[in-house]
Write a protein that binds this ligand. Structure first.
Ligand SMILES: [Cu+2]
Length: 300
């Protein structure tokens, strides 16, 4: 019986060679493990392989779990996500699990249902350097920095991070026991504040991927000269087609479940006067101060 050596490696390391979202860093503050992150499923670092499964959404215990906190963040600022195989401090994932990283957002009140997901980040293969996003992720000790689009409307969002490992993707999922790409999605909850007005058009998850498409059926060791990152076109601020204008900001529903706590306050959207009076740095200082007071109160 012939078993590909990589298959053996994958089975042997199944319990600990994979990856999941452990922490967020917002405004330079590393938040506690799991803070604002939907609880992972039981085997937290196991991959999703069936791209038609609801597990592709957030790889969570249940999409009805509403107890994850919501973390505030300014549109246009960066969030760092931490991905590790067995908690903070462990490596990102096995070097053999090369592939792209993709990040999506969707309005939180959709809970991920419907054509709501838009892509805000993607990193695939740098052919010249022969570097995949996974290589970069490992080199950066599991950290990936992503910019929240500056022009999206304020409100609560799901942030869905995803790593796709292609080491078994030379065979289509289902062809044999280990065939197919391994997908590692997770979701966090964010309250985005700012003055944006755009609600980018979205796609369904599951529904974005097909197991036979080139981004998921790909021979890492073949002679490919390109890699096509799967999913919709990247949303680029200022270039997206708004489908709905922002509702009155005062009417935005920022409510969260009873078990939830809002970690960082969402700012009332600055008026145009505020925007002209506040420099970006003074605004961000204000945010930090407010956040600290808020967290201090929660921790008491
Ligand atoms: Cu694997």
């Amino acid at each position: 019986m012939h078993i590909h050596i990589i298959q053996l490696v994958c089975f042997a390391l199944m319990a600990n060679a994979h990856t999941y979202l452990t922490n967020l860093t917002i405004n330079g503050t590393l938040l506690d493990e799991g803070k604002c992150i939907r609880p992972p499923w039981e085997n937290e670092n196991f991959p999703v392989k069936d791209v038609t499964s609801k597990d592709l959404l957030c790889r969570t215990k249940s999409m009805t779990v509403a107890s994850a906190d919501i973390c505030g963040i300014q549109a246009g600022s960066n969030i760092t996500v931490d991905l590790h195989e067995s908690g903070p401090g462990s490596r990102a994932l096995s070097e053999s699990h090369r592939g792209p990283c993709i990040v999506y957002m969707a309005p939180l009140d959709s809970n991920g249902d419907g054509p709501v997901w838009f892509k805000i980040y993607e990193d695939g293969w740098d052919k010249a350097a022969d570097t995949w996003c996974v290589n970069t992720l490992i080199a950066n000790k599991g950290k990936l920095e992503v910019t929240i689009p500056r022009d999206i409307a304020p409100g609560n969002y799901l942030l869905r991070t995803e790593v796709i490992a292609l080491h078994e993707a030379n065979r289509v999922y289902g062809a044999d026991e280990s065939a197919g790409a391994e997908l590692f999605p997770n979701c966090a909850q964010l309250a985005v504040y700012g003055t944006g007005t755009v609600h980018p058009s979205g796609v369904n998850i599951p529904g974005i991927y097909d197991k036979t498409q080139p981004g998921l059926h790909y021979d890492l060791w073949g002679d490919s000269t390109t890699y096509e990152i799967p999913g919709p076109t990247l949303y680029v601020p200022g270039k997206g087609a708004p489908i709905v204008l922002a509702a009155d900001i005062q009417s935005l529903d920022l409510s969260i479940g009873e078990d939830s706590e809002l970690i960082l306050d969402t700012h009332p959207s600055p008026t145009s006067d505020d925007v002209t009076q506040l420099s970006p740095s003074s605004k961000s200082n204000h945010c930090v101060g407010k956040k600290r007071r808020r967290r201090a109160r929660i921790e008491m």
